[in-house]
Design a protein around this ligand. Structure first.
Ligand SMILES: Nc1ncnc2c1ncn2[C@@H]1O[C@H](COP(=O)(O)OP(=O)(O)OP(=O)(O)O)[C@@H](O)[C@H]1O
Ligand SMILES: [Mg+2]
Length: 330
């Protein structure tokens, strides 16, 4: 049976194939009253617009990646999956994006054949879509990168810069303790939780869920970036076991910076899923994180530099390779 066939069938049985937008690329999205709005969906043929919901999303992801915005593609994918309860479909995204890219290559090449003006530009464009489709079909072995460190060390910021560079586009799934904790309590990621949501018993459940979800994704062949403080040895052990359980290489990073840097960043931070305050940071600073075997990374540097160091150490994609469009110069 072809790869993915049984997963695609299971998704159909689970109701993941629905009447969707059908044409969800960037030219069909605008910002209206501060909110993104989708328009110009396929209305003339319900059959064409009835697809796997992630195939619908894949058009937007492919378009973002092809236009040279890998970080946005990765962010859209992660935010969508955070909300959609659709983790098993993550590993299908490169395939769905490949189909979208191949169709764009075909449509663009047809325009050249039909004698469109500007054929040199169109030929380059068709080739770049085709190249992207080939890249998307090239399997990358899964890996797990865990980023730990005290609040303000930049774990979430760095995770978002690193994830597009790991695995096949759209990059790694980010599993973040703060988002898991908010989801567990049934509140949006940016809603503050009361202190009782941070009791040790709750935190243990959060870390367990984080490891469980990571292993599930890794076992299916997807790559993961795990983002949590990880200041307890047992939490670090648990995420390492998620990698070994799925037989996937593990890389642990510990972001370290002077307390004054952490202090400033936490006090100046606006928005985001973390509820950490300077009080919480003070408590973290007093705790002993135990013996650290993870690679220590100086956090008081440019985000891109930190992500590049991490990506290089785990065999991620070089920045020049992240975008096909940039590479082909089209
Ligand atoms: N390398 C960096 N250079 C400058 N500012 C940074 C850097 N990394 C992160 N920041 C900023 O510092 C603040 C804290 O970063 P971030 O939220 O990523 O930290 P965190 O480690 O995830 O914290 P928490 O444990 O609370 O989730 C943010 O406002 C972020 O924009
Ligand atoms: Mg964070």
């Amino acid at each position: 049976m072809p790869k993915n066939a049984s997963l695609l069938d299971r998704r159909e049985a689970a109701g993941r194939i629905r009447l969707c937008h059908g044409d969800l690329h960037l030219r069909n999205i605008c910002v209206l009253d501060g909110e993104p709005r989708l328009f110009d969906c396929i209305e003339f043929n319900d059959q064409i617009a009835t697809v796997d919901v992630l195939y619908d999303l894949a058009f937007l992801l492919m378009d973002l990646w092809h236009r040279g915005f890998p970080q946005f593609a990765n962010l859209v994918m992660n935010r969508y999956l955070d909300d959609a309860d659709d983790e098993d479909g993550f590993v299908l995204l490169p395939f769905f994006m490949a189909v979208r890219a191949a169709v764009r290559a075909h449509v663009t090449a047809t325009q050249v054949e039909e004698g469109s003006r500007d054929s040199a530009k169109l030929i380059a464009e068709a080739r770049s879509y085709f190249q992207l489709a080939k890249t998307l079909l090239t399997e990358t072995p899964p890996r797990l990168a865990a980023i730990g460190g005290l609040s303000g060390s930049g774990k979430t910021t760095v995770a978002e810069a690193l994830a597009p560079r790991i695995g096949t586009p759209p990059g790694a799934r980010i599993v973040e303790s703060d988002r898991i904790r908010k989801a567990m309590h049934g509140v949006p990621a940016e809603t503050r939780l009361p202190d009782k949501a941070y009791r040790p018993g709750v935190s243990e459940r959060v870390y367990r869920q984080l490891a469980w979800l990571s292993e599930l994704i890794l076992a299916e062949g997807g790559s993961v970036v795990a983002d949590a403080v990880f200041d307890k040895p047992e939490d670090r052990d648990r995420i390492e076991r998620a990698a070994s359980g799925a037989n996937v290489p593990f890389a642990g990073f510990w972001l370290a910076a002077d307390p004054s840097v952490l202090w400033r960043r936490v006090s100046e931070r606006k928005g985001g899923p973390s509820d950490a305050t300077v009080d919480i940071l003070s408590r973290q600073l007093q705790r002993d994180a135990g013996a650290l075997t993870w690679r220590k990374i100086e956090a008081d540097r440019k985000v891109a530099e930190i992500a590049a160091e991490m990506a290089a150490s785990i065999g991620g994609i070089a920045p020049s390779e992240v975008s096909v469009r940039k590479k082909t110069g089209s």
